[in-house]
Design a binder for this molecule. Structure first.
Ligand SMILES: O=P(O)(O)O[C@H]1O[C@H](CO)[C@@H](O)[C@H]1O
Ligand SMILES: [Mn+2]
Ligand SMILES: [Mn+2]
Length: 406
């Protein structure tokens, strides 16, 4: 039994989703395209990284095998292992949304079988009635934005007007999200969080997955940048997840990073916030020190998605993968006999793809632990097999969906 660690490399898809065409994502492949660009010399950035993508530890576990199984193609510059050392394979998403909550809930045993509400990307995104209610209940002079946008673009475009007018910047994407960007000082952080709670209630009837606070700082002269105080207001998962089962069995469930937000704080006993992938890794190591037999440590590494995938930044994404890969031995050294580490992703966000949204892809499933035998688990037909396997490992009741591969 010992402990289980579930590491989500947010948006680290490996291509090959059988339904990608329906999302306009046929051929999208986050790993494959990063590797291809790096091999062609298009992943270099002075002072950051250079040359082909190097992920020796994930490759040793069987990442190339997983990618080949998922997409039918080998990532450029990566080779098959004579003998992969880890659990390796891929998983296909059954939930219809290619968003963060759908991916995380499915991997913990609750696929999303309903359709989320989305806002249109032609014309105004939000209805007049919704805007009027937000203005009234939020006591606002109005709103800015009201469109699909990339969050970094829209604050550089509207940040100055926001500071002058006091109107928050409201925008969305192809995900089921209502995002609110506001200046931490001129608008106020607490006020932004309060507004998000108000809007959360207003968009509940529209079945919107998340309201997201996007605080930023800066001036029109120096430019604006987002801070680490992002907060997600998610609806709760559609049923009990692996986290609820573990917490109900009196196990500790460490939610590192935005995990707690994604699960609307349900089933988390220890919330550990950290800003940036490096700090998230350190927080995971600290949780490894604190977790006891039967406990679960669940970390989301958000930078892959937020800083590099959505920003279509190949060198940044490649460097972040290489950093995480280089840190894996430090986690391995913290493991005790019987521990299990599973690494996966929640969706893709191919940094070479058009637009700035997520991409429908399969995800890798890699696993290791002291004495854990290597195993090809093939292509799983739902992410839910991940949660089912962790439940089996921790000797917990099985979640409602998924089949254990252990
Ligand atoms: O462009 P930013 O604000 O980073 O937004 C991105 O982040 C949202 C939530 O993760 C996604 O829906 C996508 O639109
Ligand atoms: Mn995500
Ligand atoms: Mn995202």
């Amino acid at each position: 039994m010992a402990r289980a660690f579930l590491l989500v490399l947010d948006s680290f898809g490996i291509g090959g989703a059988p339904d990608a065409e329906a999302y306009g994502d046929l051929g999208a492949d986050t790993l494959g395209h990063i590797a291809e660009h790096c091999a062609a010399g298009l992943g270099d950035r002075a002072g950051l990284r250079k040359g082909p993508l190097k992920l020796p530890h994930m490759q040793a576990l069987g990442l190339s095998e997983a990618a080949l199984a998922a997409s039918g193609m080998m990532p450029s510059g990566m080779e098959l292992q004579a003998r992969p050392r880890g659990i390796h394979g891929a998983a296909t998403e059954t939930s219809r949304g290619k968003d963060t909550p759908s991916g995380h809930w499915e991997m913990t045993g609750q696929p999303v079988r309903f359709d989320w509400g989305y806002f249109p990307d032609k014309g105004p995104a939000f209805s007049e009635a919704l805007i009027a209610a937000i203005i009234e209940k939020g006591r606002l002079p109005g709103i800015l934005g009201n469109c699909h946008a990339s969050g970094t673009d829209i604050i550089s475009r509207l940040g100055a007007e926001h500071m002058l007018s006091g109107k928050p910047i409201c925008y969305t994407s192809n995900d089921s999200v209502f995002q609110i960007a506001a200046h931490e000082e001129s608008f106020g952080l607490a006020r932004l969080f309060g507004l998000c709670e108000t809007v959360r209630k207003l968009v509940d009837p529209l079945n919107i997955g998340r309201v997201i606070a996007r605080p930023f700082r800066g001036t029109p002269e120096t430019g604006f940048s987002r801070t680490g105080n992002r907060r997600d207001y998610s609806v709760p998962p559609p049923g009990p997840t692996l986290l609820d089962i573990a917490a109900g069995a009196k196990r500790r469930v460490f939610g590192v990073g935005k995990i707690s937000d994604i699960f609307a704080h349900q089933g988390i006993t220890d919330m550990r916030k950290a800003h940036g992938n490096a700090a998230l890794f350190d927080a995971t190591l600290k949780a490894a020190d604190d977790a006891g037999d039967g406990d679960l440590v669940f970390t989301n590494f958000v930078d892959f998605d937020m800083l590099y995938g959505h920003r279509r930044d190949v060198p940044g994404y490649a460097a972040a993968l290489e950093l995480l890969d280089s840190q894996l031995p430090a986690l391995a050294r913290k493991l005790k006999p019987g521990d299990l580490v599973l690494m996966t992703a929640d969706h893709g966000c191919d940094p070479t793809w058009r637009g700035s949204d997520h991409t429908r892809e399969r995800v890798p499933v890699l696993g290791f632990g002291p004495g854990l035998p290597p195993r090809d688990i093939g292509v799983r037909d739902s992410y839910a097999d991940i949660g089912a396997s962790i439940a089996a490992h921790l000797k917990l009741d099985a979640p409602q969906n998924g089949r254990s591969f252990l």
